[in-house]
Design a protein around this ligand. Structure first.
Ligand code: GTP
Length: 366
């Protein structure tokens, strides 16, 4: 039986306030919670049992899957105190059903959207009789990542910290957050304490001469951990740049059938519109995620932004690369700057914020 572990216990701090009430893997991406895209991909690769390594808001995973009837067994390994990525893998290993110490166990980070062929990854692991096989992806600018150089046969040579100088950029291969572990190697990770698989387990395995293999691909890959990456990942799924068994043919937008869209609205760039949302006349929604029950009033423009459920965006307001928490109310004629995150439930009055030179008239009587 092919088994897998998905790491889903992180707090997702970079995606707050979206993750204040919802763990990152349960956020909606191209119309389904992200973890459902991963599960569909695992099932396509022949996985029959998956263990969720949970911690933050752990009970919400069981709620999400309580009615799950497809041909996949799901177990929940809950960490009372977060154990880090390595500790989480070790802890989840207790719930695996197989007993073969050489069995390959697939492990996915719960926030990576990737086109990697999981069957090919498993085949590489088998062909090289590896202890661990890592999916490695090539990035155009490796400075933001720890680097993973390999020899000409793909054997991992070392795990390097983020490079600070051009000379330190010895490779463009980075850890893509998807691994195959030999079961006995997984079981040898120290139990009951916090362990980072990236900083502790992998470097230690290389030092002690274990067979660590790299499976390098150039297929689509994106870490959805930041707001901009999150909206871009969702849009890429809708437009077909990235693929998931759960998303239909490429489209400009994914609109829930219960949403009310004015015919003059322009919804483009792979945007998604949630259930019961109301999108007013002459609005532009571009490469954005609009949650269920959101209202976007006449003439508003939303670019590369997330508006969480039940919020209101006033008429002629402009959002560009911002995140709006749920139940927020942004009045008319605002222009919010990039990188802004509005807390859940916050209210901004009409004409409260403007960043361009076209400021509205002063409301105060002098
Ligand atoms: P940030 O707080 O925004 O950095 O996000 P994060 O908490 O998700 O951290 P990060 O992106 O580094 O985590 C990578 C993956 O590991 C994600 O899928 C997390 O859910 C998962 N993860 C991180 N720490 C833990 C942990 O202590 N326990 C478990 N079970 N999973 C973890």
């Amino acid at each position: 039986m092919q088994e897998a572990i998905i790491l889903v216990g992180g707090k997702g701090t970079r995606l707050r306030p979206l993750t204040n009430h919802t763990p990152k893997p349960l956020l909606s991406v191209a119309g389904s919670s992200f973890i459902r895209h991963q599960i569909a991909k695992l099932m396509d690769a022949g996985v029959e049992h998956v263990v969720f390594a949970t911690s933050y808001l752990a009970s919400l995973f069981e709620t999400e899957f309580k009615d799950f009837t497809q041909d996949l067994a799901i177990s929940y390994a809950v960490e009372e105190i977060p154990l880090g990525t390595g500790g989480a893998i070790r802890n989840a290993g207790n719930l695996l059903r197989g007993t073969d110490p050489d069995a390959p166990v697939l492990i996915l980070n719960g926030d990576i959207l990737s086109g990697v062929d999981l069957r090919a990854l498993l085949a590489t692991h088998r062909d090289h009789d590896a202890d661990v096989t890592l999916h490695l992806t090539r990035v155009p600018d490796p400075r933001a990542f720890g680097l993973v150089p390999t020899d000409h046969e793909g054997r991992v040579l070392s795990f390097l910290e983020k490079p600070k100088t051009p000379e330190e950029c010895v490779t463009d291969q980075v850890n893509a957050g998807c691994y195959v572990f030999r079961r006995s190697v997984l079981d040898a990770i120290p139990a009951g304490r916090e362990v980072s698989v990236e900083q502790e387990t992998f470097p230690q395995l290389v030092r002690n001469g274990s067979r660590i293999h790299g499976h390098t691909t150039t297929e689509y890959w994106r870490d959805l951990g930041t707001p901009l990456a999150f909206v871009h990942g969702s849009a890429d799924l809708v437009t077909g740049i990235a693929t998931s068994p759960l998303v239909g043919p490429p489209a400009e937008a994914l609109i829930h059938p219960s949403a009310d869209i004015d015919p003059t609205a322009r919804i483009t760039g792979g945007s998604t519109i949630g259930a019961g949302a109301r999108i007013g006349p002459h609005t532009v929604i571009d490469r954005s995620i609009i949650g269920g029950g959101v209202t976007v009033a006449e003439g508003a423009r939303v670019h590369e932004s997330v508006v969480d459920h039940d919020s209101v965006i006033g008429g002629a307001t402009i959002l560009r690369q911002v995140v709006i928490g749920c139940h927020a109310h942004v009045g008319a004629d605002n222009e919010l700057p990039a990188q802004l995150r509005l807390a859940c439930g916050i209210r901004i009055p009409a004409q409260g914020v403007r960043i361009s030179g076209t400021a509205a008239a002063c409301l105060t009587v002098h």
